[in-house]
Ligand binder design. Structure first.
Ligand SMILES: NC(=O)c1ccc[n+]([C@@H]2O[C@H](COP(=O)([O-])OP(=O)(O)OC[C@H]3O[C@@H](n4cnc5c(N)ncnc54)[C@H](O)[C@@H]3O)[C@@H](O)[C@H]2O)c1
Length: 250
């Protein structure tokens, strides 16, 4: 499905990004894998054939510029990007709007929104040089609905959905498609290692908000992202696609 495509995947050391890297490698893509966790990233890259591992924080504009330049130098071009790296709120915590710790608000927005803007700034010129391409953001159902206590995360993902639409409208003339996926709850370390352990009963409660009655596996989300990155989705742009076990149908 992705034979010969050169793709960048951010947040590739864990969860959804790692699943996407492993699947994309199997579908024939050549991969530049980006994450701030260099050790885990190296392990994933090793499992993905000739993948290029690029340790980088997506809040670092210069680092991102180097990552895109290294990818073009190594593979000759860039055809698409799964801009997936993101973070949850401090301590996976819930905070009312009027008591939200502003340093954490800035951190979450800095990675989940500003970081994606920096990625676009470096990736769009590369896609133009390649004659077009596809970008997919990982938003969330929290980019479609509100959730008490989650001001920073919800605001960041709503804004990301808007950013995808603007970039899609601007990119269309250059054959660049931009979409976001909106996953429901996914069985990744963000939930299993950080959110669930400190809230007994939270996992069952979260599963119950999805009509399919369970969390997604990371590969179920990655499949949707890779389809959007592929030429099979050639007429799909500017969408925010739920991949949510029916969460948004209720
Ligand atoms: N797990 C869920 O239920 C869920 C649901 C909807 C959306 N999402 C989104 O999916 C994306 C992936 O999350 P996940 O669930 O796989 O979590 P995860 O914590 O397993 O993986 C996130 C990866 O992103 C990397 N990362 C974080 N900040 C970074 C930065 N500043 N620079 C570079 N790399 C950075 C981490 O090192 C990690 O490897 C995130 O954008 C998240 O908001 C997750």
């Amino acid at each position: 499905m992705l034979q010969g495509k050169v793709l960048m995947i951010t947040g590739a050391a864990s969860g959804i990004g790692e699943a996407a890297a492993r699947l994309a490698s199997g579908y024939g893509a050549q991969l530049a894998l980006v994450d701030r966790d260099a050790d885990r990233l190296a392990g994933v890259a090793k499992a993905c054939g000739d993948a290029l591992a690029i340790p980088c924080d997506v809040t670092d504009a210069q680092g991102i510029g180097r990552a895109v330049a290294d990818t073009e130098r190594h593979f000759g071009r860039l055809d698409g990007a799964f801009d997936n790296a993101g973070v949850e709120q401090q301590g996976a915590g819930m905070f009312p709007v009027d008591a939200y710790p502003m340093a954490d608000f800035d951190r979450v927005l800095g990675i989940n929104l500003r970081g994606q803007m920096l990625l676009l700034a470096a990736q769009l010129p590369a896609l133009r040089r390649a004659g077009g391409g596809s970008i997919v953001f990982t938003a969330s159902v929290m980019g479609l609905f509100g959730q008490p206590g989650m001001a920073a995360y919800v605001a960041s993902k709503h804004a990301l959905a808007g950013l995808a639409k603007v970039a899609a409208l601007e990119g269309a003339k250059d054959c660049i498609r931009v979409n976001a996926i909106a996953p429901g709850a996914v069985r990744t370390p963000m939930l299993t290692e950080r959110a669930f352990p400190q809230n007994p009963g939270y996992e069952a409660a979260v599963a119950a908000t999805h009509p399919l009655g369970r969390l997604a596996e990371p590969s179920e989300i990655a499949e949707a992202a890779l389809w959007l990155l592929s030429d099979r989705a050639s007429f799909v742009t500017g969408t925010v696609m739920p991949v949510d076990g029916g969460y948004s149908a209720v």
